[in-house]
Design a protein. Structure first.
Length: 237
């Protein structure tokens, strides 16, 4: 019942830049070929604020002398170590760009293997954030049911973003016959059953970032309510 190896969606190592491996998320990154949008999107949201940056800074370390990277998961009281070569080998599969993002995902992958006996592909942002920080998230998803997104919920999210004390993600539903994205929506960058970083809400629009392409997406509030199903909000302090 324990995972000893996992090879799905293995990528190559061509984009590994050792100079960027420093225990800090300070260069561009995006998720790799594995389904870790639920990790990449909250990380991108955390990077928007000083408090979020501090959380990530405290969660990562890299020793240039020993070539060892470490991940600290405060919520699980766990620490994991990986060699430079292990991080390099995971590039492409788990992340692209800044290898410190890949290092962070490796830590959560190890946690999932040990305590949930399942691969890192597919998950929920609130579960990842709780393991990372030890804090519960606000969400409209409870017991398998999502409360509808409304003008009231968008106003609440807007106020949270204005405080610069929240990391917020939004998720699209699973695609079905009743819920299928149009060509226009797909061209905008929308994908079914996918998590996006929510960056801003103003009087008319909602702004998001796709962790796969790093594409910035701008939707009207009505489009957002129609196309998205869930949100996750972590209070940072």
């Amino acid at each position: 019942g324990k995972i000893t190896a996992y090879t799905k969606n293995r990528g190559d190592e061509e984009d590994f830049n050792e100079k960027s491996l420093n225990g800090r998320l300070d260069t561009w990154f995006k998720q790799g070929k594995s389904g870790v949008c639920y990790i990449a999107s909250p990380v991108k949201s955390l990077l928007l604020t000083e408090s979020g940056q501090k959380i990530l800074e405290d969660s990562l370390d890299y020793d240039e002398t020993t070539k060892i990277g470490k991940v600290y998961l405060k919520g699980a009281s766990k620490e994991y170590s990986f060699t430079k070569d292990e991080i390099k080998d995971a590039m492409g599969r788990l992340g692209s760009g800044d290898p410190d993002f890949t290092l962070l995902v490796m830590g959560y992958e190890k946690y999932r293997e040990e305590f949930q006996h399942k691969p890192v592909d597919g998950g929920k942002s609130d579960e990842f954030l709780k393991v990372l920080t030890g804090k519960e998230c606000l969400t409209n998803y409870h017991f398998g049911i999502a409360e509808p997104l409304t003008d009231k919920s968008l106003k609440s999210l807007e106020k949270m973003l204005e405080t610069k004390n929240y990391a917020i993600t939004a998720g699209t539903p699973e695609e079905s016959g009743e819920n299928e994205f149009s060509k226009k929506e797909k061209k905008q960058g929308l994908k079914p059953e996918h998590s996006f970083a929510l960056t801003k809400i103003d009087e008319k629009f909602v702004y998001l970032v796709d962790p796969v392409s790093n594409k910035k997406i701008k939707l009207s509030k009505e489009e957002f309510k129609n196309d998205f199903q869930t949100f996750t909000a972590l209070k940072l302090q």
